[in-house]
Design a protein around this ligand. Structure first.
Ligand SMILES: [Zn+2]
Ligand SMILES: [Zn+2]
Length: 244
């Protein structure tokens, strides 16, 4: 069976040779970036907040148990969050076409990066992976939930199921570039747990393409914990990093 799969993969590679999803340069494996595009991305691979994954600037020898000021003040409720890279001009070239222009072929590369971002976390206790739900109206216009496309390979890597339907999301107009406080207000009350039996006692890993202010993860945390979730963590492909 394995030999059979390898054989078909070779035929597939011959017909559709693996290329860098950003610049179409040939690469060795499907879903990889070429070396130039790889180095352009600002990967979060240095010291970071133990809890929310906020990357600390500079090359100092930070204590790995260090918390950022927001987590230290107890304002972050999620168990933990990890992101693969910083949201900037380079990662935008992946994130925006993936989200808004149907470039779903980026999903494999992005999910692989997110699995890498989980490397310092013990994911063995995760029971279920949950993509951030999309409102029906937005799903109808876009045709796909980008977070769900990322959730599938991550759930496969961890060895758990994806929960697509336990939480519903009401439609609200786009949050655009509003402040963190406005984003938090705008998202308040949009999520409803419709299958609490599938949430109760579960350790949940939320999936999103980008974490902007953290308001979406925080709101989901609130409703899932209220429904009896044992723990709620999150992982995104990229995150906005503001000086705090
Ligand atoms: Zn490239
Ligand atoms: Zn933090």
């Amino acid at each position: 069976m394995v030999i059979c799969r390898k054989f078909f993969q070779r035929i597939l590679d011959f017909i559709y040779p693996p290329v860098c999803p950003l610049c179409n340069t040939g690469v060795s494996t499907h879903g990889e970036l070429c070396a130039d595009c790889w180095t352009a991305i600002n990967w979060i691979d240095g010291p970071k907040c133990k809890r929310c994954g906020y990357p600390f600037a500079g090359e100092y020898d930070y204590d790995t148990d260090m918390l950022c000021p927001i987590c230290a003040s107890g304002k972050n409720e999620l168990d933990w969050v990890r992101s693969a890279c910083v949201y900037d001009n380079a990662s935008k070239q992946i994130m925006l076409p993936f989200k808004h222009c149907g470039k779903i072929k980026y999903a494999r590369f992005m999910a692989n990066a997110m699995i890498w971002a989980l490397r310092d976390k013990d994911v063995h206790n995760i029971d279920v992976v949950m993509p951030v739900p999309l409102a029906w109206r937005r799903l109808f216009h876009r045709g796909y939930n980008q977070a769900a496309l990322l959730a599938q390979p991550i759930a496969r890597a961890i060895g758990v199921r994806v929960d697509y339907d336990s939480v519903h999301r009401k439609y609200r107009p786009d949050m655009g570039h509003k402040t963190a406080a406005a984003r938090a207000k705008n998202i308040r009350g949009v999520f409803t747990v419709v299958h609490p039996d599938k949430i109760r006692g579960k350790h949940i890993l939320l999936i999103d393409d980008v974490m902007t202010s953290g308001a979406t993860f925080a709101e989901l945390y609130k409703v899932l914990k209220k429904a009896g979730a044992a723990s709620v963590a999150g992982v995104s492909f990229c995150r906005v990093v503001r000086t705090i």
